[in-house]
Structures are given as structure tokens and as C-alpha cells.
Design a protein around this ligand. Structure first.
Ligand code: G
Ligand code: G
Ligand code: MN
Ligand code: NA
Length: 254
């Protein structure tokens, strides 16, 4: 209850902030877009990471209003970047399974896109394996509607969960994000190199785009480029940073 009230206050009093982490085309090095990652500036405890409050937000239902706020913020940032001459960058947001229990989820996403005048193609949704594994007909219906609207659907943290591959056929997924646990020991781990190159080849056969997360070294980048991984994200390029900081760093990307 203590944290729930705090989260309510955090949203009302602007203690939440969306950070952004760039995503780059591994072939050209171009900036393609960014992932929105929530931060909480607690007045006494300082910066709190989402790992410490997303689960409470899910249990209390606060994830629903907070999630809508994140989507709106991310859409605004994407538009500001276009206005600054950066082209049609795509912004990705994380959705937890709990947000799909909101029967108004699809309607509210459509409404935000309309109000913010952002084309649906500019918004990507990062989904968890848990969502797809426990999906009801209702969830499947919501995902199909989001896909029909023109949004991109990405499978986040690929390979860490139950790794049932059947959901790649059952749901309209466009993108796989290879979890950073497979990237971190490249190039030393032969196993991780084999797994990563096999996942990339499989994804491409299924006409899915592949994002590698957690790229920290030039050796990892080199390996992923040789495997024709499409998109990269990680500390090598940038950490998740504030919107202001993102604007300052834009000169670093072609
Ligand atoms: O930002 P960080 O790198 O610490 O993120 C930690 C975790 O919190 C990640 O699993 C990420 O997907 C999740 N997360 C970050 N922002 C959001 C958000 O806005 N909504 C949801 N549902 N999860 C988020
Ligand atoms: O679960 P999800 O993929 O949404 O979470 C992204 C998380 O990964 C965030 O907590 C983000 O801060 C973290 N992250 C992003 N890039 C890197 C990286 O290069 N190395 C490490 N260790 N973490 C990263
Ligand atoms: Mn993510
Ligand atoms: Na991830």
C-alpha cells in the first residue's frame, strides 16, 4: 500500500521520467529509433529503477495509467525528433501482461496515437514471452487488432523464458529481441555464438527482424554484423538517457 500510494503520487507529481536508449541499424550505423525505459526520481530515495517498482505497479494496477502516460511521452518524443530533422524514428515501449487485462488497451493506444498525430507505424510494442505463453483468445484478439492498426510487435528478451517457438506462428510478431544474456559472453563463448547465429538465421527464415540487446563491445558488434543481425542496442552506443541528453547525443549518429 505504501508503494502504491507513492506510485500514484509519482505519476501525479511528475516524479516519473521516460529515458530513451538508441537502436541502430547494424548495416549502416543509422539511428532507427529508441526504446522508452521508465525511471522514477523519488524525492527521498533518488533514482529508482523499474525493476524495483514495475512489479508493484502491476500488482496494484497502477501500471495501467502509468503505461498510458509512457506511451504518450514516447509518442511526443518521437514527434520532437522528427521536428528536429531526424526523420521517422520508431519508438518502442515495453508492455507488461497486466496491461492486456485492460479491455480498453487497444482503444487507448489508438486514441493516444490519434491525439498526438503519430502514425501507428512509428510505435513498436515490446512484449514478454509470458504474455504469449498465457495468452487467452482475448489477448490474441488484442494483438491482432494492434497489428491491424499498423503497430510493430516485438518479442522482448527472446530465449530467456520457456522458448516455445510456436507463438512465433500463432501471433503476428514482427521482431525478435535476442536477450542480452546471449550477447554478453560473445566472442568467448562458442555456445552463445552458435545460439545467436542460429536465432538470427531462424528469424530471417520466418521473415522476422532481429534486434540484439546489450551490445557492449566492438567484438560483439563485429560478430553480430557478420551474422547479418538487423538492429543493435547497448551501452556500446548509448545507455538509456533522458530526452534532453538524447537530443545532445544525436550528433553521434549518422
Ligand atoms: O531500464 P532498465 O534497463 O532498468 O529496465 C528494467 C526492466 O523494466 C526491463 O525489463 C524493462 O522492460 C522494464 N521496463 C522499463 N520501462 C518499462 C515500462 O514503461 N513499462 C513496463 N511494463 N516495463 C518497463
Ligand atoms: O527487459 P528489457 O530488454 O526491456 O530491459 C532493458 C534493460 O537492459 C534495461 O534495464 C537497460 O538499462 C538494460 N541495458 C540496455 N543496454 C544494456 C547493455 O549494453 N548492458 C547491460 N548490462 N544492460 C543493458
Ligand atoms: Mn525491452
Ligand atoms: Na530485453
Amino acid at each position: 500500500l505504501f508503494v502504491e500510494n507513492n506510485l500514484r503520487r509519482a505519476l501525479a507529481q511528475n516524479e516519473l521520467e521516460v529515458f530513451y536508449q538508441p537502436k541502430l541499424c547494424l548495416k549502416s550505423g543509422n539511428l532507427l529509433g529508441m526504446e522508452a525505459l521508465l525511471r522514477w526520481h523519488h524525492p527521498e530515495r533518488g533514482m529508482i529503477s523499474p525493476d524495483q517498482f514495475i512489479s508493484v505497479a502491476e500488482e496494484t494496477g497502477m501500471i495501467i495509467p502509468i503505461g498510458k502516460w509512457v506511451i504518450r511521452e514516447a509518442c511526443r518524443m518521437s514527434k520532437r525528433l522528427t521536428a528536429a530533422g531526424l526523420g521517422d524514428l520508431q519508438v518502442a515501449i515495453n508492455l507488461s501482461p497486466k496491461q492486456f487485462s485492460d479491455h480498453d488497451l487497444v482503444g487507448s493506444i489508438a486514441a493516444i496515437l490519434h491525439e498526438e498525430q503519430l502514425p501507428p507505424e512509428r510505435l513498436e510494442l515490446e512484449l514478454t514471452e509470458g504474455l504469449l505463453l498465457e495468452a487467452t483468445d482475448d489477448t490474441r484478439h488484442q494483438l491482432n487488432r494492434l497489428k491491424s492498426l499498423g503497430l510493430t510487435l516485438a518479442m522482448d528478451d527472446f530465449g530467456t523464458g520457456y522458448s516455445s517457438l510456436s507463438y512465433l506462428k500463432k501471433f503476428p510478431i514482427d521482431v525478435i529481441k535476442i536477450d542480452r544474456s546471449f550477447i554478453k559472453d560473445i566472442p568467448d563463448s562458442q555456445d552463445d555464438k552458435e545460439i545467436t547465429s542460429a536465432v538470427i538465421a531462424m528469424a530471417h527464415k520466418l521473415k522476422l527482424k532481429v534486434v540484439a540487446e546489450g551490445i557492449e563491445t566492438a567484438a560483439q558488434l563485429g560478430f553480430l554484423r557478420r551474422q547479418h543481425c538487423d538492429v543493435g542496442q547497448g551501452y556500446l552506443f548509448d545507455k538509456p538517457i533522458s530526452g534532453k541528453h538524447l537530443f545532445e547525443n544525436l550528433g553521434r549518429y549518422p
